[in-house]
Design a protein around this ligand. Structure first.
Ligand code: ATP
Length: 320
């Protein structure tokens, strides 16, 4: 059987995709393109519509309106030939819980027509070989998450969807999963994933879409988002070297707070302020924290929340 889908062109194209659950507008006209070979992050607050978006793209849900193209094909109704080219890990991944981890993967391998070696390779890929003989029921949350990832990757898919794959992992396991994801990316596979770990998205993603209230509020590389949303840098000075009033008086300083024994000076003119504050306290006393994707994200989501609150107030005032 020849595999479904094209081998060139974008990996995913969404055009005007909307989805309601009763009164809840989960997606409100989402249009975006994921290029082939891209590591693409979908970020957003709880309930923003990320899972719904991924479920529509992989053919688990039908959009109310709009079009979806995955490797050049429509994923709905469930396109079983296309499914062989997709690797999907959702938050509700199903396991054969009475089996051992190895038996579970061997069963999945058999469903794809693969041999036991594929199951062993998948276990090793996610660093779970030592739990091969443990029952799935007896695995920890993080180990189950790694098994879910192995299940999604066992057949070597071209396009991989992961819904919060590192949510239950300890910091070491998270870093080792980053390496797995990076190696998949370097093999030319496309990865679309959702996460609440902004540091991770910044480290891994070529581009991210920030979804708020069912719409794409921003879509760009992490670096461009940080620049365009003008997130501030922070200078940290031990309390006592300079007063908050003195710091506020420095030209270019936006905000001064005290956190954990440090005066935190926020600025969007980091170089200029660093020189001025350095002249007051000595350069060696200053720690710098450049703006992160998390800063940019928080600014954007706060602005979206404020705009929605203002709209709701206006609507109430007009009614009364
Ligand atoms: N099956 C469903 N029936 C009714 N409402 C739903 C259903 N699934 C999701 N919703 C609602 O749709 C909205 C979007 O949910 P979704 O799970 O897509 O968000 P999310 O961004 O993935 O959230 P989280 O970060 O918490 O996982 C939410 O308001 C949610 O309550």
């Amino acid at each position: 059987m020849s595999p479904a889908g094209t081998t060139s062109g974008p990996a995913v194209v969404l055009d005007g995709v909307a989805k309601r659950y009763g009164e809840v507008r989960a997606l409100d006209g989402v249009s975006l393109t994921v290029e082939r070979g891209e590591f693409f992050g979908v970020l957003g607050p709880n309930g923003a519509g990320k899972t719904t978006l991924v479920e529509i793209v992989v053919g688990m849900r039908q959009p109310d309106t709009g079009t979806v193209s995955v490797l050049g094909e429509n994923p709905w109704p469930r396109n079983t030939a296309l499914l062989r080219r997709l690797g999907v890990q959702t938050q509700t991944s199903a396991f054969f819980t009475r089996l051992t981890a190895a038996e579970h993967l061997e069963t999945v391998a058999a469903l794809y027509g693969l041999d036991r070696a594929a199951a062993r390779r998948a276990l090793e890929l996610v660093d779970l070989a030592e739990k091969a003989r443990s029952r799935v029921d007896d695995l920890s949350g993080g180990q189950r998450q790694r098994l879910a990832l192995a299940t999604a990757l066992i057949h070597g898919p071209d396009l991989i969807f992961l819904d919060e794959p590192t949510a239950a992992l300890d910091p070491e396991a998270r870093r080792s999963l980053w390496e797995v994801l990076r190696s998949l990316r370097s093999e030319g596979r496309t990865i679309v994933y959702t996460t609440h770990h902004l540091d991770e998205a910044e480290a891994l993603c070529d581009r991210v879409a920030i979804v708020t209230r069912g719409s794409v509020a921003a879509l760009d590389s992490p670096g461009n988002l940080i620049r365009s949303l003008a997130a501030p840098a922070r200078l940290l000075v031990p309390v006592g070297r300079i007063s908050a009033e003195q710091a506020r008086a420095v030209e270019g300083v936006d905000r001064v707070t005290v956190e954990g024994g440090e005066l935190v000076i926020e600025t969007r003119a980091a170089n200029r302020v660093l020189v001025s504050v350095g002249a007051l306290v000595g350069m060696e006393s200053i720690q710098t924290r450049t703006a992160t994707l998390e800063d940019a994200y928080l600014r954007l989501t706060a602005a979206t929340r404020d705009a929605a609150a203002a709209q709701a107030t206006n609507a109430t005032e007009q009614q009364s």
